[in-house]
Design a protein around this ligand. Structure first.
Ligand SMILES: Nc1nc2c(c(=O)[nH]1)N[C@H]1C(S)=C(S)[C@@H](COP(=O)(O)O)O[C@H]1N2
Ligand SMILES: [Mo]
Length: 257
């Protein structure tokens, strides 16, 4: 008799389980809601280099960025290249902020700011005398298109060495801007110095035209299209993040592939 009393009926067991599940799920739900409220009501970051996220979320984003950089980025890790014959003949043309129309070559010089404050003024002819590197790779835009294309120019690392910018290259970031300062990008130094990063002046063996960043553009295969600035006017070095056009609109600052 005693034994029987202690045993719960099937019905009671079900009730008990239901009670437990509701309590557990209820608690999980409440904490999820609490977490969401906490994030939702937390202060937004101040607009600056990046914007549009709540502060705790940005902290998490920055941490994941560092995690993925460590995990996926390695200087000997080359972006896949293709046979020259696979490059598109007609290259897609996207936005042109700060690089519209044609720049009279005589009006253009690349300006590079040294740590000393001195500003190097470099002509296209001088750049074209440096060792030339070509690449055929799949150019990817964050908007969802990609295209195998062929570019030629000087590797950024070769450019750094030629102009004795090794001290500058010890900074954490490179900033690049169009001559009119309408478009600008910030790049982490390891990506800028990556062996496939080019200051490009040719596409399909012809000098760049007005649509593609004439006279000189950045080709940085480890990044999405947004970072491949067309018509470079100035290059600067810094240990704080340079301003970045699309990061200001809320896009990922790193924008790595
Ligand atoms: N100066 C400048 N560079 C720019 C842009 C721009 O608007 N202005 N758009 C970027 C984006 S979003 C992409 S996808 C590529 C497109 O390069 P393309 O027009 O040569 O295909 O250029 C990048 N560089
Ligand atoms: Mo893009």
């Amino acid at each position: 008799m005693k034994k029987l009393k202690k045993e719960l009926t099937v019905d009671q067991k079900i009730k008990r389980r239901n009670f437990l599940s509701f309590t557990v799920f209820g608690a999980l739900g409440a904490s999820a809601y609490g977490g969401w409220r906490w994030l939702y009501t937390s202060p937004e970051e101040t607009a600056g280099i990046t914007a549009g996220a709540h502060k705790p979320l940005r902290r998490a984003l920055n941490k994941t960025e560092i995690f993925f950089r460590r995990l996926t980025f390695n200087e000997s890790n080359l972006v896949k290249t293709y046979p020259r014959s696979m490059a598109a003949k007609v290259i897609r043309h996207n936005s042109d902020i700060g690089s519209e129309g044609k720049m009279p070559p005589d009006n253009w010089k690349l300006q590079v700011k040294r740590n000393s404050g001195e500003v190097l003024q470099i002509t296209l002819d001088e750049i074209m005398q440096l060792p030339k590197t070509e690449i055929t790779y799949d150019f990817k835009c964050v908007e969802g298109w990609d295209q195998i294309s062929h570019w030629a120019g000087v590797r950024f690392i070769d450019f750094i060495n030629h102009y004795n910018l090794q001290a500058e290259a010890k900074s954490q970031y490179v900033g690049m801007e169009t001559p009119d300062q309408q478009y600008y990008v910030g790049l982490d130094m390891p990506s800028a110095l990556h062996p496939q990063t080019l200051l490009a002046y040719q596409m399909n063996d012809e000098l760049l035209n007005g649509n593609h960043g004439q006279p000189l553009r950045l080709i940085i295969p480890v990044k999405y299209g947004i970072k491949n600035l067309k018509r470079i006017g100035t290059i600067t070095f810094s240990n704080t993040r340079p301003k970045d056009y699309w990061a200001e609109q809320g896009y990922d600052y790193y924008s790595g592939l």
